[in-house]
Write a protein that binds this ligand. Sequence first.
Ligand code: NAD
Ligand code: DAU
Length: 353
Amino acid sequence: MKNLLVTGGCGFIGSNFIRYLLEETSFSGRIINVDNLTYAGNVSSLDDIQRNYSDRYCFEKADVCDPAAINEIFKRQGIDSVCHFAAESHVDRSITSPEIFINTNVKGTFTLLEAARNQAGFLLFHHVSTDEVYGSLGKTGFFTETTPYAPSSPYSASKAASDHLVRAYFHTYGLEMTLSNCSNNYGPFQFPEKLIPLMILNALNGKPLPIYGDGTNVRDWLYVRDHCKAIWMIMEHGRRGETYNIGGECELENRHIVERICDMVDQSGRAVHSHASSRELIRYVKDRPGHDFRYAIDCSKLKDELGWKPEESFDTGIEKSVAWYLDNLAWVANIESGEYLEWIETHYKGQEK
Ligand code: NAD
Ligand code: DAU
């Protein structure tokens, strides 16, 4: 892999992946980051990478749904491999505005697959997907790679469609691919609409902490660097045509995460509100429509075949994440555009039960 196209590299996981690859692995090729800078993309997340690796890293502002732009980049940059992150990623937004999810997540993936299959000498298409394609678990059980797809939201349905397309290109055209379905990530550079950064920043600023339903929904949390490490292991050593589940083996109820964050923010001494405890800001609000109850991943295939295991526990990962947000409030101020503030205001309005 000499010329690796990373899509969505200005988003949360994509930017962490580019940093991981250049700073921590023996990858010696070039990275071409294609991102059209939606509300969730921030080119400044990679300012230091642009400075320190200008010979091996470049940014191309382009829409993955635009075949002319994508084909031109494939030819000009001699793309031989793809790691595809670019997506609309927030479940709540997919409920209110589903169309862009179908465009970006389905048509965008299709456009990249077409460019890849027409590129001479193309080596690998890695598709980054989600455990949400499997639907919801009850109190017991785990998702494996053979769990039938049963997506609940327009977001997860669009990701499921993109997964099927990637596998179809392997079976029909022999396009070399790998695919990963991962659980909830957290860590540096995550857009503040997602649960963990939203709660850190709202607790800090004395804003309400909205918990959907009764807060007993369970997610399987994975520190973002552990996800990046797994993706690169799969790209380097995974069997072509195969799917690997990635999970943190760290199941937690939402209410317990929020309480934990409140206590950490209080202990930091940085909260700018007058409540005795940030827990006083917790509000149980109307549930998310179609809210999946529980996700939990069985990642034994990845562990047994490739020897991967997560390095961070939730204790160490959440410590690093809270510290990162407290140290990077300028990044937060930069990414919180007018569009985001308007969206968040409307989204949580009238949700109190
Ligand atoms: P994100 O929303 O933080 O970033 C998405 C990036 O894609 C942004 O930089 C955005 O500008 C870019 N993008 C969106 N539409 C584009 C388009 N049409 N053309 C070019 N670029 C476009 O998302 P994330 O949380 O980093 O997720 C990355 C990928 O990982 C997604 O495919 C998501 O489904 C998957 N995933 C995320 C998680 C998670 O917990 N965040 C877990 C499993 C899988
Ligand atoms: O499981 C992987 C998925 O994880 C990824 O595919 C998605 O891109 C990513 O956004 C994430 O989806 P979730 O819907 O699980 O993440 P979110 O941070 O939106 O919510 C996590 C849980 O917290 C979920 O049960 C809903 C709840 N929640 C979320 C928000 C934003 C609240 O209770 N209150 C909130 O304000």
